[in-house]
Design a protein around this ligand. Sequence first.
Ligand code: TXA
Ligand code: MG
Length: 337
Amino acid sequence: METLILSSDYRDIQTAANIIKTGGIVAMPTETVYGLAADALNGKAVRKIFKAKGRPMDNPLIVHISDISQIYTLVREFPKRAQLLADNFWPGPLTIILPKSDRIPDEVSAGLDTVAVRFPSHPTALRLISLSSPLAAPSANLSGSPSPTTAGHVCDDMNGRIDAIIDGGDCDVGVESTVITLAEDPPRLLRPGGITVEQLRSVIGEVIIDNAVTAPLAKGEKAASPGMKYKHYAPEAEVILLDGNNEKFRQYVNDNGRDGDAVLCYNEDLGTLKLPCIPIGSENDTETQAHRLFSVLRETDKLNITRVFAHCPPTDGVGLAVYNRMIRASGFQIIKL
Ligand code: TXA
Ligand code: MG
């Protein structure tokens, strides 16, 4: 199939909306990462997403809305806590899981009794949804690779596999949305993202952090969020996280680096390391690190690197989102220095 490359002009978004309305699939920019969208109420169209990504069918999708009124057809209940989260963080990088209505096709919810809903803030995504319908959209990467944060990344993975890509430039946040489930009490964070757990707690009080956010699933443990059980965000190179202060980090890298290795470093490390360096941002600027993370992971593929050393990120604020992606990219390989 030929993949159409579209701009964010009104007419091009209208073209994309027509593709969606006739059962096609389109990659769209959002403020987090690019999504691969289909009409959320058309099970047959949604199945094409799984095929294009090579995504296991038991991994449910997020439904994206452009107006809060759309949520009432998607969920059975809209509790007070959901209203509070929506008032404070929508539109934006937060996904809320609620009991699903019977209008949600099984392909979207992967057989669960719940549905994940997000109201993105990106103007192109919002326009596409309003011109078509609520959109089921996972990240627009091949299953297992880092999520795409530019149209070029989407093209690398999806050219020839999907109907169209809307080029909306660089994504702002750079990591996928925060996912919280309100289908249980107390609410539980399933995936950290641009909206921090500290922000969530300031609005709805107690929020539990699911074990899978910071640790591998134990043998036989069931994933609350099916996506957590799959290998994720992994570039070709082996990623090794180093947990220790900057001095120890630099020493370890300089003592152990060999040909074919590179370092995802902080800007402050530049000039102190003997290996090729790919800076990910300033040490304390976790927002920039989140913004650049998937892009630098993809860069290592282009540079034919075999091993990558990286700092083990802090786990507060947006750092938790970076940490969660990095431990998966590394297959949980962390060396304590
Ligand atoms: O920022 C984002 O969330 C991006 C953009 C495109 O909106 N989307 C995204 O979708 O990251 P995806 O499919 O790559 O990740 C969705 C995660 C998966 O781990 C999935 O298992 C989980 O959310 N999820 C979806 N529906 C769920 C449900 N009903 N219950 C538990 N987990 C769910
Ligand atoms: Mg994904």
